[in-house]
Design a protein around this ligand. Structure first.
Ligand code: ATP
Ligand code: MG
Length: 568
């Protein structure tokens, strides 16, 4: 491709709207442009990268005997009501009516469509197992679209759905996808790790996320320093021990004027946070819930959501303290709190002698004891782990917390969808059984951003060769006829051999060409100038490490092959 013809609007400066490096570079390298918040057009360079990732993904999906289909983006509300997720997905879905007032959504995911498809088609155990996949645009009206394609409202996903007769079959299908995912990410040149994950709105039991470690990642992952335990902090646990409260004394009301937070209380009462109870007022599907964790811990909202089986969980607003809790913000506590569900973290099992809010402005209670002064409906794991805590699996290593980008997610769904939607097959005895399902996603466009996060420097992108938009870029320098002719000849020859080649035939200064080639990150650059031609050589630069070397013109094609083989 000739750069003079390529639609490649590069930018010299970082766009103000972009916070993370991949977003900046995708805009600067002319890979995409924003249409609206979280919605992008992919330009030629960006789309080439996407197509390469799709091709690698297809190869490994096909090799694991998944079959490609294309499912509708526009989905009826009926199937989502059947699966009981029309409300659960809630505002994340774009919903609308057609001219006959029939209700639809734009597909944020396709479990419903697949289950609906097979409930009419799959009759007997002989039709199973099946794994159907597609690569398609998904639409999710994210609350906070950000970081470019990392969290878009419209994005490309590869989604697959396995259908088995039993859980043993599901385990095999799941493992096949797990293995395929490892191959896909490795072939894309990405370092991705599988971690235990929360199942969220999908439901089901086992689940793993594939994470690319990067500072810009929105997820936190706990890794054990000793064994292979790795889990998203959303669900990670640790060997944190119960708190020993020791004291056992009469309930006492204390005046704490304007003292609202745990740290203010620590200072005012000279009691460590570990001896206090943090009471967090939450609203789960409209219902008031008070969550108790140790003063030194953070409430894990995912764990609470899962415990409550809530569709929507949020912090209570200031005015709701009076309305829903009959209490006061900053002074809420579990004692005498009527008609409110109270759930406590399991570390608080022996809770006594604790400090809590008195549900009265400027007052707290001391020496509070669970069971005597109030009841909780359950003690369960509600806290987020912190770095340095002991591993729950080996009990020896310490947990380290790192940031990661979720590029893939696999779930064992079980029979949740098939039961809700009536997708059955007839077993060998002619008895109807629910199909056992799994679901498997890769964020194709997010993966582009993740690859850039992992491979860049101050000059721009350093594409792993498997997903680079072009493999080689030729820079002819100066207007010398000989340089132009030789460059054209090299360009034609390399192309004829099957290389994907860009030639910067623009009449730009050398500096501009160098800068652009580094910005767009083509793995191998060949610079051709009159001096080097006189010496019978071409300057090659490997973008991966910015190493430069001279290669002989006479041997160019062989040398290119050798150099390229060594690039990762
Ligand atoms: P997240 O927790 O990041 O919101 P999710 O867990 O809701 O993602 P899944 O339903 O597991 O996402 O979707 C499968 C994959 O699709 C994710 O692993 C991710 O790579 C990608 N993905 C999900 N949401 C987005 C988005 N808004 N923009 C880009 N990619 C996304
Ligand atoms: Mg996910």
């Amino acid at each position: 491709m000739r750069m003079s013809k390529l639609y490649l609007p590069t930018l010299k400066e970082d766009p103000a709207e972009a916070e993370v490096i991949s977003h900046k570079l995708m805009l600067r390298a002319g890979m995409m442009r924003k249409h609206s918040s979280g919605i992008y057009s992919y330009l030629p360079l960006g789309y080439r990268v996407i197509k390469k990732i799709e091709k690698i993904t297809r190869k490994h999906m096909d090799n694991s005997e998944a079959q490609e289909v294309l499912l509708p983006i526009m989905q009826t509300s009926e199937i989502w009501k059947d699966s009981k997720r029309w409300d659960k997905f809630g505002p994340l879905m774009i919903k609308f009516n057609d001219r006959k007032s029939r209700e639809y959504c734009l597909g944020p995911t396709h479990e419903e469509v697949v289950t609906d498809l097979v409930r009419d088609e799959v009759r007997s155990y002989k039709d199973l197992p099946l794994n159907l996949y597609q690569i398609q645009t998904k639409v999710r009206d994210e609350i906070r679209p950000r970081f470019g394609v990392m969290r878009g409202r419209e994005f490309i996903m590869k989604d697959a759905y396995s259908l088995d007769t039993d859980y043993q079959g599901l385990d095999q299908s799941y493992q096949a996808m797990y293995d395929a995912y490892e191959r896909i990410f490795a072939e894309c040149g990405l370092e991705a790790v599988a971690v235990e994950a929360d199942t969220g709105a999908m439901g089901g039991k086992d689940s793993h996320e594939f994470m690319v470690l990067a500072d810009s990642g929105e997820d936190e992952i706990a890794f054990c320093s000793h064994c292979d335990y790795a889990a998203n902090v959303e669900r990670a646990t640790s060997k944190k021990t119960d708190i020993d409260f020791e004291v056992e004394a009469e309930l006492e009301k204390i005046h704490t004027p304007e003292i609202k937070t745990i740290s203010e209380l620590e200072e005012y009462l000279e009691v460590p946070a570990a001896k206090m109870i943090k009471a967090v007022a939450m609203v789960a599907d409209g219902e008031a819930v008070l969550a108790l964790v140790s003063g030194e811990d953070e409430l894990n909202e995912i764990k609470l959501t899962n415990y409550l089986q809530a569709n929507e969980l949020r912090a209570a607003e200031e005015e709701e303290f009076a309305e829903l809790f009959n209490s006061v913000a900053g002074f809420i506590g579990p004692v005498n709190l009527n008609n409110v569900r109270i759930v406590a973290d399991q570390r608080l099992k022996n809770m006594s002698g604790a400090v809590v809010g008195a549900n009265e402005k400027d007052y707290h209670l001391k020496q509070v004891k669970a069971g005597r002064d109030f009841e909780v409906e359950a003690f369960t794991d509600l806290r987020s782990v912190r770095g340095g805590e002991r591993c729950p699996k080996c009990d020896q290593g310490k947990l380290n917390i790192k940031d990661g980008i979720e590029v893939g997610h696999i779930f064992k769904l079980g029979t949740k969808y098939s039961e809700n939607m009536g997708a059955n097959y007839l077993d060998e005895n002619g008895k109807a059984q629910p199909i056992v399902m799994g679901s498997y996603g890769i964020g194709i466009t997010r993966l582009v951003a993740a690859a850039i996060e992992q491979n860049n420097d101050q000059y721009g992108i350093k594409w792993p060769k498997a997903i680079a938009p072009y493999q080689i870029i030729i820079l002819p320098l100066g207007n010398d006829d000989q340089v132009q002719e030789k460059s054209e000849e090299i360009y034609q020859n390399l192309k004829a051999q099957g290389w994907e080649v860009l030639i910067d035939d623009r009449s730009e200064r050398a500096g501009v060409k160098f800068n652009d080639s580094e910005l767009i990150g083509i793995p191998l650059r060949l610079t051709i100038g009159s001096r080097s031609l006189e010496n019978g050589v071409v300057e090659a630069m490997i973008r991966e490490n910015n190493k430069k070397l001279e290669i002989e013109l006479d041997n160019l094609e062989k040398e290119v092959e050798k150099l390229f083989a060594d690039i990762s």
